[in-house]
Design a protein around this ligand. Structure first.
Ligand code: NAP
Length: 284
């Protein structure tokens, strides 16, 4: 039997419905949750992602703004802008869209975001708390993945989980969250030798490499849950995941599509985190 397809859009809609009610309640108390999304440069994919986040917030009755800076913005100027947002009481969530230009990505920009407004969970304090399994803001995509796994109803404890990718925004935090949920976790990356040897052991396989169709049917254990985080824009304009979907589907028990799997969950988690930040900052 082919894998059941996990409808990320549908799960995200449920989360957003609840967020809409929370926003209404906060507004009745006199506060409107506000997310500011920072973009540096003109990367077309980033432009689409930041607009999607802002538009979803506005649709739910929240406030949201995109702060777009030129590639040449200096580190000092960038920090000054973040400091202004930290001090602005009307702003509850600050999200820096990645990638950043090299002169900024090598600096500790995430450390400068007020930890209470760090709705993408990239401040080292939030990374540390995630590691310790404590209450904190966790990165949006891993939160979305955990919710997707929860929706399958499959018990995570004792499962072998393999994560492809070790970025700070997806690979590392999801690996830690799976570990804290009782999985035995393997993290693979571009230097991993014989990737297939690892992936074949996975009851839960998460791919966040950004390499179209990297995960073939022959690399997947029968009955595995396969979560495809990868999104690569192809020449035909379509998005392609890391997983060879049609073939892997024949072997897996559950699988996420691209688009319509992890993507909508990421946006829903950013919204949820911003509402949470607003509630905590304002004590509403
Ligand atoms: P990233 O920073 O480029 O990290 C990619 C990771 O994959 C790196 O750790 C890299 O290893 C590893 N990798 C690359 N090629 C590999 C290979 N052939 N075999 C094994 N590992 C390999 O990317 P990211 O920000 O984590 O994002 C990953 C993908 O998810 C991208 O396609 C991105 O667009 C997508 N994404 C989607 C969402 C969503 O909401 N749907 C959200 C975030 C990201 P090294 O560390 O050794 O280089």
């Amino acid at each position: 039997m082919p894998a059941k397809i996990i409808d990320g859009k549908k799960i995200a809609e449920k989360i957003l419905e609840k967020a809409k009610k929370d926003v209404k309640a906060l507004k009745e108390k006199g506060t409107t949750p506000k997310l500011v999304v920072i973009q540096v440069g003109d990367d077309p994919a980033s432009s689409i992602y930041v607009q999607k986040k802002r538009d979803k917030c506005l649709e739910l009755g929240m406030a949201s703004e995109i702060k777009k800076f030129g590639e040449k913005i200096t580190y000092t100027e960038f920090l000054f802008e973040i400091e202004k947002l930290n001090k602005d009481d009307s702003v509850h969530g600050i999200l820096i869209q990645l990638p950043l230009p090299e002169h900024l990505s090598h600096k500790q920009v995430f450390e400068t975001i007020d930890v209470c407004k760090d709705v993408d969970g990239l401040h080292p304090a939030n990374h540390g708390k995630n590691l310790l399994g404590k209450e904190c803001f966790r990165p949006a995509t891993p939160i979305g993945i955990m919710k997707i796994l929860h929706e399958t109803g499959v018990k995570l404890e004792g499962k072998n989980a393999v994560v492809i990718g070790r970025s700070n925004i997806v690979g590392k935090p999801i690996a830690i969250m799976l570990l804290n949920a009782g999985c035995t976790v393997t993290i693979c990356h571009s230097k991993t030798t014989n990737l297939k040897e690892h992936t074949l052991k996975a009851d839960i396989l998460i791919s966040a490499a950004g390499k179209p169709k990297l995960v073939k049917e022959s690399m997947v254990k029968k009955g595995a849950i396969v979560i495809d985080v990868g999104t690569t824009k192809m020449k035909n304009g379509k998005l392609c995941g890391d997983v060879d979907f049609e073939k892997v589907r024949k072997k897996a028990s559950w699988i996420t599509p691209v688009p319509g799997g992890v993507g909508p969950m990421t946006i829903a988690s950013v919204v949820e985190n911003t509402v949470k930040a607003c509630r905590e900052i304002t004590n509403a």
